[in-house]
Design a binder for this molecule. Structure first.
Ligand code: ASP
Length: 434
């Protein structure tokens, strides 16, 4: 596969993986063979990506922040980034709500399908509901904020679910570095700069395995997929989600990319293809993060200080695709179960879905877990999640692509609308005012 561009190699891997999965499903024991002998290579590939995610966040954030010459630059960037994240998330769920109310996919579900789904997936869903309720138990409104500040950084780094804590610590290191005289941190700066080079090289090396990794992931996914009949029954619901995701990405994002990012949206999406393909195959923004950072830096030419701040935070808190999906799914479930949602309830979906998407971890299936909270907030039984359970994985793959694209769009906009702190270089022994 030497000369082919990476995204073509990945696409080829995906195509061959799907073909293998479909073929294996035709033979008795074929799917089990794929799960036993092919799937592990997909798991190894995802592990490699996860393995490098935390070191990548640490070194690139330290480098990004310590390269800044001005503290106000960082706070300006923080406020604008969060503003854009909230704005796009609210837009996303609004698009979802408008579409689900227009299309009314709940009306296309017959009584038979409804009963079948509720009984087939009731058990799995109960486990999810219990899990979601357990994590929410006894949590005050400010608990998410408390959890951003770790009491032990080694503990935080030991769990990929604690990315925000790692980001917080790396920011602290970066801020301390720029507030000290240059000569006193010069040695550490050199070390962190070359650590950054090494980590980026590891990402490149891992990407050499991407075509084989996605091949294994897709083959296993197809081999383990439920029967096609399920997809047919939920077709209109899935179509509503897909339409919403497409409108958000190619309509709303293109607007931001063109007017604020000052870039042709076609070029933007072309630059992002490797990250999008990986998001699709892994269903995890966190696992895709190393590649997203790579594409945004090399192809979109976004500054290091911007991307190393915007992307890791975005992967964990900015999930537009997930939020849109939660809006559609919540109203769809209410429609099928015969709840008549008032305008106030739909507005509360905007708020809870926004918060739920911020709280969702960047891993497969996190969105459906947080849907429990959205449903409970509008008084709809979360057992209704059984209705959409069967088709969740393909939709998860698509919404992850949107999540990753949304983060990259914000990185581009932030790059093009802020300057790189072009204040004159300070003498090495001058501490920077905080
Ligand atoms: N899989 C999604 C992500 O990692 C989250 C979700 O919607 O389940 O971005």
């Amino acid at each position: 596969m030497g000369k082919m561009a990476l995204h073509w190699q990945i696409l080829l891997g995906m195509g061959l993986g799907i073909a293998l999965g479909l073929t294996a499903a035709q033979f008795a024991g074929g799917s089990a063979l794929v799960v036993d002998w092919i799937k592990p290579f997909g798991t190894i590939f995802i592990n490699l990506l996860k393995l490098i995610a935390i070191p990548l966040i640490v070194v690139s954030l330290i480098k990004g922040v310590s390269d800044l010459k001005d503290m106000t630059q960082l706070s300006k960037m923080g406020i604008r980034t969060f503003g854009l994240y909230i704005l796009t998330t609210v837009l996303a769920v609004t698009v979802g709500l408008v579409l689900v109310n227009l299309i009314q996919p709940g009306n296309f579900i017959g009584e038979d399908t409804r009963q079948e789904m509720l009984t087939s997936f009731g058990g799995d869903v109960q486990l999810k509901v219990d899990e979601a309720n357990q994590t929410q138990e006894g949590r005050g409104p400010l608990q998410p904020l408390v959890e951003v500040v770790p009491e032990n950084i080694v503990g935080s780094m030991a769990d990929n679910g604690n990315m925000l804590q790692v980001i917080f610590f790396s920011l602290l290191v970066g801020v301390a570095m720029i507030s000290l005289p240059g000569e006193r941190v010069a040695a550490f700066k050199k070390v962190s700069d070359s650590a950054n080079e090494i980590v980026l090289r590891i990402v490149d090396l891992i990407m050499l395995a991407a075509p084989y990794g996605v091949f294994a992931l897709m083959a296993a996914l197809i081999a383990e997929a439920p029967s096609f009949d399920v997809f047919k029954a939920l077709g209109i619901y899935a179509l509503t989600v897909v339409l919403g995701l497409a409108f958000l990405t190619y309509g709303v994002y293109s607007f931001f990319i063109f007017f604020l990012g000052k870039m042709n949206p076609v070029d933007f999406f072309r630059a992002l293809i490797p990250a999008q393909l990986l998001a699709f195959s892994t269903s995890s923004s966190a696992a895709t993060l190393p590649v997203t950072m790579d594409c945004v830096e090399k192809n979109l030419k976004v500054r290091k200080d911007v991307l190393s701040f915007v992307l890791p935070i975005g992967a964990t808190v900015n999930m537009d695709g997930t939020c849109l999906y939660q809006g559609v799914a919540a109203v769809f479930i209410a429609q099928v179960l015969g709840y008549d949602l008032t305008l106030a309830q739909q507005l509360s979906v905007i708020v809870t879905a926004t918060l739920a998407s911020i709280g969702a971890a960047a891993v497969p299936g996190a969105g459906i877990l947080m849907l429990v909270i959205v449903l409970e907030s509008i008084g709809v039984s979360p057992a209704g999640i059984a209705l959409i359970y069967a088709i969740d994985r393909p939709l998860d793959m698509l919404r992850t692509v949107v999540n990753v694209s949304g983060d990259s769009m914000v990185a581009l906009v932030m790059d093009r609308t802020t300057s790189s702190g072009d204040t004159p270089e300070l003498p090495a022994d001058t501490p920077v005012e905080l």
